[in-house]
Design a protein around this ligand. Sequence first.
Ligand code: WT7
Length: 663
Amino acid sequence: MSDTTAIESVLHENRVFDPPAAFARRAGHVHVPSMEAYHARHRRSIEDPEGFWSEAAEAFDWFTPFSKVLEWKLPDAKWFLGGTTNICHNCVDRQVDAGYGDDVAIIWEGEPMPGGRPEVRRLTYRELQAEVSRFANVLKGLGVERGDIVTIYMGMVPELAIAMLACARIGAPHSIIFGGFSAQAIADRVTDAQSRTLVTADGAWRRGKVVPLKGNVDAAIEMAGIVENVVVLKRTETAIGWTDGRDHWWHELTASASEECPCEAMDSEDMLFLLYTSGSTGKPKGIMHTTGGYMVYTALTAREVFNLVPDRDQVYWCTADIGWVTGHSYIVYGILPNRVPTLMYEGAPNHPEPDRFWDIVERHKVTQFYTAPTAIRAFMKWGDEHPRKHDLSSLQVLGTVGEPINPEAWIWYHETIGSKQCPIVDTWWQTETGGQLLTPLPGATPTVPGSCTLPFFGIDAAIVNEQGEEQPANTGGLLAIRQPWPSMLRGIYGDRPRFIDTYFSRIPGMYFAGDGARRDERGYFWIMGRVDDVINVSGHRLGTMEVESALVSHDAVVEAAVVGIPHEIKGTGIAAFCTLEPQHQPADEAATEALRATLSAHVGREIGPIARPDLIRFTDALPKTRSGKIMRRLLRDIAAGEDNPQDMSTLEDQSVLAQLRGT
Ligand code: WT7
């Protein structure tokens, strides 16, 4: 489907789905049961944000009460000023202190071992407290102090959640790197964060194969230096390199560590974590999130958006990897304070069989399920017989996140997974926003396939033009947030100018999200995609320039231009146009194919497998304007197979066109 037909079908979407009656029945209790209730609370949150958020903050333990709710000096927001707390305490210890130590905090489902049955581990809050405290003491023993950044590079094992909570416990901000990223990506992040301590595993399981995490870490440290200590969890039991004095086994250090480790009292505005994400220029940037506001906002959104209710046999499952913000906020930090078990799954959606997810939903009686449109589209393709094999009647709420969901996928999700009994919450947010900003509330909001509907409490979102003027209904514009919210980013690590430039310069006085969007006549938001050079591949964010840099770092490539193209499963795929060094010109079709494979593998090594182009085309020249700018729009049209690309009047060399088209 081309970009324009995608937008067309969205424009014509007018099916409205009221919250299914079965939802309230299955849930037993609904936090926000009507649109009246939503509007009343939203109005209050906008008219009196300080009153609203101060009440929301009462749900948490504070070691010192905050004296002021908000200080806003554009672009700097401070929330819950003067307050001290600890998010690990509120996720774990508070539950134990309140008598829920034996409740299940984390359910972990392992990737099926080759030929074997899946492993399941259940960690109660008490066990989690002991494990987290032990590992916190391990970190301290390695010299990690409050304020030191700890890098974590692991697969989806419980120890990943344990490591992050341990960091939070001692006030050491974590920087988690998705296990699919390359050695180079680790080196860049470790260097930027000046991180001396790294937590990893020997390997991670993925479709019965081992991802060599420790090997990547070793290669990264060779490039970056800096790292003084590496803690290695034994997971795959594969052979790994070992540097004495620097490398330590997780099980050896924890065996002798104490289970007592008090939580540090953190200022509301102390950094909780750094998470690197792609922008339109340069290397990924370290998005900074702090303690108090992030804690309050993620837990409140999780509660209201997924309708989390303790003591009602709910099991919440978000299929994201903790290496992305979705996992930070909605596997760990936003869920644990709500005392509903959070399920972590180690493996892939279709291994060993394409019904893997539905088997998990059935066996664990999952009540809330949160995934990405790209996964939903893959399931559609694999066939209805896989979900139909399983009893999915435990489900109450279905969530989606990461990219626009096409109405076809929405309807399939609603009918085939939800049996029309579960509201769908299409949640729009970003690494920078920390938590969900635009989203339906399951018991209240009538939904329309493809729309993320309305702002959450406290969110003042608008569609504006470049001057910051609000646009009328059904007019496309830029998505902006006009008032600060508790979990907003506090900066880009070490790069104040880029922070101001990226988010607060384009539209005067407002947060610029980087997305184009419109509102319809009922006020619902429709996200139309990025307006910068960021592409969203399977819900994972990449900068076109990052992929271009990776391509030109190969000997064969002189110049590269990367654009997003519509992709059936991934939403957006990656198309790369490259010019080549004369001595690397492929002689025939076989050599061309071989070079494509080489470059694709090269990008995989430089960034990670998710960045591998779907289409690589070689050309003698890239289309440029007279001022030398690469004409990305034209390339997008060509890559998407549009026959009559728009706007070629400024193309410097018209003969380039035929060649680019590959004709
Ligand atoms: C970008 C942020 C939020 C966690 C995962 C992605 C796109 C996100 C939606 C949605 C349409 C969406 C936007 C946004 N996006 N959610 N529900 N509908 N688009 O976080 O990697 O920081 O990417 O993802 O383009 O700007 P991220």
